[in-house]
Write a new protein. Structure first.
Length: 142
C-alpha cells in the first residue's frame, strides 16, 4: 500500500512521544511511503518548537534534522500539487499546507497518515474522508 506521511508522523520517528512506536512500525513496513517536499520544512519547524519548549535538546533537534534526507520516504515535488491543494483547502475550509498532503495522496492513490486529529476531523465528513487517517487509527487497523 501507499501512504503519504506528514511531519507529525516523521517527528515521531525520532522523538519518543505517544505514537512513536506506531510511526516506527510504519516506517519499517513494506509499505510505500511518500511525502511532499513541504514536509521537510514542517519537520524542521516542529523540531524547532520542541527545542524551544525544552521537549528535546537543541543538539538532538539538529541531529534529527540532519537525518531528514535518510527518511524512508519517496519525496515528491510540491509545485505540481499547489493548484489541487488550494482547491481542496477552499472546499474543506482548511489550511493549504495540510491539503498539500491530501493532494499528493489523491495524485498517487494513497492514504495520508497524520498525527493531526484536527485534519482528520475536518476531512472525515467529506468525500475525501477515506483518504486520511490518524497514525493511531492506522496502527489499530493493522
Amino acid at each position: 500500500m501507499r501512504f503519504v506521511v506528514e511531519a507529525g508522523v516523521a517527528v515521531k520517528l525520532l522523538v519518543d512521544e505517544p505514537g512513536s512506536d506506531a510511526a516506527r512500525e510504519l516506517a519499517a513496513s513494506d509499505h510505500e511511503l511518500h511525502a511532499p517536499r513541504l514536509m521537510a520544512s514542517e519537520f524542521a519547524s516542529a523540531l524547532w518548537r520542541k527545542a524551544r519548549l525544552g521537549e528535546v535538546e537543541r543538539a538532538d533537534a539538529g541531529a534529527a534534522l540532519a537525518w531528514l534526507p535518510n527518511m524512508p520516504v519517496r519525496w515528491n515535488d510540491d509545485e505540481t500539487l499547489r493548484a489541487d491543494a488550494v482547491r481542496l483547502a477552499l472546499a474543506l475550509d482548511h489550511p493549504v499546507y495540510d491539503c498539500v498532503y491530501l493532494a499528493l495522496a489523491h495524485r498517487i492513490g494513497a492514504t495520508v497518515v497524520t498525527a493531526d486529529r484536527r485534519f482528520v476531523t475536518a476531512v472525515a465528513p467529506t468525500e475525501h474522508g477515506e483518504s486520511v487517517a490518524t497514525l493511531a487509527d492506522h496502527a489499530e487497523r493493522r
